[in-house]
Design a protein around this ligand. Sequence first.
Ligand SMILES: *[C@@H]1O[C@H](CO)[C@@H](O)[C@H](O)[C@H]1NC(C)=O
Ligand SMILES: *[C@@H]1O[C@H](CO)[C@@H](O)[C@H](O)[C@H]1NC(C)=O
Ligand SMILES: *[C@@H]1O[C@H](CO)[C@@H](O)[C@H](O)[C@H]1NC(C)=O
Ligand SMILES: *[C@@H]1O[C@H](CO)[C@@H](O)[C@H](O)[C@H]1NC(C)=O
Ligand SMILES: *[C@@H]1O[C@H](CO)[C@@H](O)[C@H](O)[C@H]1NC(C)=O
Ligand SMILES: *[C@@H]1O[C@H](CO)[C@@H](O)[C@H](O)[C@H]1NC(C)=O
Ligand SMILES: *[C@@H]1O[C@H](CO)[C@@H](O)[C@H](O)[C@H]1NC(C)=O
Ligand SMILES: *[C@@H]1O[C@H](CO)[C@@H](O)[C@H](O)[C@H]1NC(C)=O
Ligand SMILES: *[C@@H]1O[C@H](CO)[C@@H](O)[C@H](O)[C@H]1NC(C)=O
Ligand SMILES: *[C@@H]1O[C@H](CO)[C@@H](O)[C@H](O)[C@H]1NC(C)=O
Ligand SMILES: *[C@@H]1O[C@H](CO)[C@@H](O)[C@H](O)[C@H]1NC(C)=O
Ligand SMILES: *[C@@H]1O[C@H](CO)[C@@H](O)[C@H](O)[C@H]1NC(C)=O
Length: 373
Amino acid sequence: MPLITVLILSLLGLVTANCQCGYQLTINNSSTPSIFTDLIETDFLHLTNISKDTDWRRQEFPVTAAAGRGPYGMNFTIQNVISNPILNATNWTGPGEFGGDPGLQLIVDSGIPENGYVQVAEMDSAREDMLWGTYRTAMKLSLVPGTCSAFFWEIDMEFLSSQFIPENNTYPVNLVLQSEQSVRAGYNAAATGNYVVANLPFDPTDGFHEYRIDFVPGNVLYYADGYLLAKMNTTAVPTSPGHMILTQWSNGNPLWSFGPPTSEATITVSYVKAYFNSSDTVRQKDWALRCTDSSAPGAICMIPDQLGPPDPSTNVSSGNSSASTYFFSNEKNMTVNQTIYHKNGITGINELNAYSSSLLTLMLLSSLVAILL
Ligand SMILES: *[C@@H]1O[C@H](CO)[C@@H](O)[C@H](O)[C@H]1NC(C)=O
Ligand SMILES: *[C@@H]1O[C@H](CO)[C@@H](O)[C@H](O)[C@H]1NC(C)=O
Ligand SMILES: *[C@@H]1O[C@H](CO)[C@@H](O)[C@H](O)[C@H]1NC(C)=O
Ligand SMILES: *[C@@H]1O[C@H](CO)[C@@H](O)[C@H](O)[C@H]1NC(C)=O
Ligand SMILES: *[C@@H]1O[C@H](CO)[C@@H](O)[C@H](O)[C@H]1NC(C)=O
Ligand SMILES: *[C@@H]1O[C@H](CO)[C@@H](O)[C@H](O)[C@H]1NC(C)=O
Ligand SMILES: *[C@@H]1O[C@H](CO)[C@@H](O)[C@H](O)[C@H]1NC(C)=O
Ligand SMILES: *[C@@H]1O[C@H](CO)[C@@H](O)[C@H](O)[C@H]1NC(C)=O
Ligand SMILES: *[C@@H]1O[C@H](CO)[C@@H](O)[C@H](O)[C@H]1NC(C)=O
Ligand SMILES: *[C@@H]1O[C@H](CO)[C@@H](O)[C@H](O)[C@H]1NC(C)=O
Ligand SMILES: *[C@@H]1O[C@H](CO)[C@@H](O)[C@H](O)[C@H]1NC(C)=O
Ligand SMILES: *[C@@H]1O[C@H](CO)[C@@H](O)[C@H](O)[C@H]1NC(C)=O
């Protein structure tokens, strides 16, 4: 290979960001992997203040008892969504700043509410353009009976603490295809179709575990710590974009959430990782602009599987932690042109400029070569 070609290639290589064409995952052992163009990653173990993270919106709205179809109303309040980052910000283990499990807390208050409204918690992603993707969160659930904890995006993983039976090691999860509206309306998911109850292969209250939904046209797969819980292949699989929701609520409905809990119920979230395609034409255009050659080395990055619990309480003494999981956004150059709060890659929005300046360098070099020849 002529020296000048090597020089040109290495110049290009230096400015080519990784993952510019997307993040790849093989879903359902398909012969062709799925590629997702966008990502949102949030490390709640190290996020100091949720009110500052523009990727997330703590929810504030009341639901009347009648609208919620329960004996009680619910008040979704930002006071019940609290950051409790790891005290020692340089490591992945140890207690939170306010003691207890580190991470983002979603709280349901205890007791019969005087005003008829149970104080509950919900946080939504700011982006609402999320379509096909793999959606993941690590959470430690509460053993206090009488709440419903959920991670969803229309497609839903719901945990009813009243269904947890430690005595016989039974920890069900309700896997549901239903709309956010029907959840807020307190509908009993069991009454809808497209509903599977699976047993978790672990105690979800003993530590942090990853819950995951893979979603491509016509197909949904549910996982826990990389263990396949269920697959759904029905016409009920949504086809429209949505947003992510993390919530813990209770309205006393004896068919679903039960409660309100007799003591405060806290669930803790350590991360959310979402790799998805955007329904937003601006984001689609951004992808087309940055992905000039999907066969270039590093243009498509593999999304790793989380196999096993990502738990900050493990391995404190051995000096490492299973909570230190992989984040593309912790690498220098793998989230270029993404929209994640405070982390869009070291070359960030200037990547295209960097590319143009390298083209300029190339042109200068070529003219130099031309002159020399
Ligand atoms: C993919 O294939 C492996 C090996 O046969 C199997 O264990 C796994 O459950 C399959 N995954 C899905 C999602 O069906
Ligand atoms: C996501 O979008 C990219 C770019 O348009 C496309 O190549 C890819 O096939 C899409 N992924 C899925 C699962 O549809
Ligand atoms: C988080 O930031 C908000 C807005 O700046 C501030 O009002 C609040 O006190 C902060 N909370 C903590 C725990 O630092
Ligand atoms: C909801 O919570 C907010 C903030 O704590 C409070 O000001 C409001 O009175 C509550 N509303 C109800 C109906 O409980
Ligand atoms: C935080 O942890 C690091 C090791 O990860 C240690 O060197 C440092 O002293 C700790 N800081 C505090 C305040 O304990
Ligand atoms: C666990 O307890 C529940 C409720 O008592 C019962 O329905 C279920 O059969 C038990 N499961 C096992 C494996 O014993
Ligand atoms: C089931 O999945 C296949 C792709 O694996 C898809 O073509 C088909 O439409 C799906 N079926 C339904 C009923 O959505
Ligand atoms: C997964 O693959 C199997 C075999 O290719 C197919 O029958 C099924 O519809 C696919 N999708 C789901 C969600 O199971
Ligand atoms: C993490 O920080 C805590 C508190 O400072 C410290 O006790 C612990 O040893 C640190 N762990 C590691 C693995 O560095
Ligand atoms: C804890 O650390 C040991 C040694 O570093 C390792 O073998 C083990 O797999 C770790 N366990 C977890 C749960 O990360
Ligand atoms: C991206 O950064 C990693 C280190 O974080 C480095 O190994 C890799 O070579 C870089 N890739 C490019 C294309 O700059
Ligand atoms: C992505 O790149 C486009 C130009 O191609 C730019 O207009 C847009 O602001 C960038 N977005 C982010 C989040 O960096």
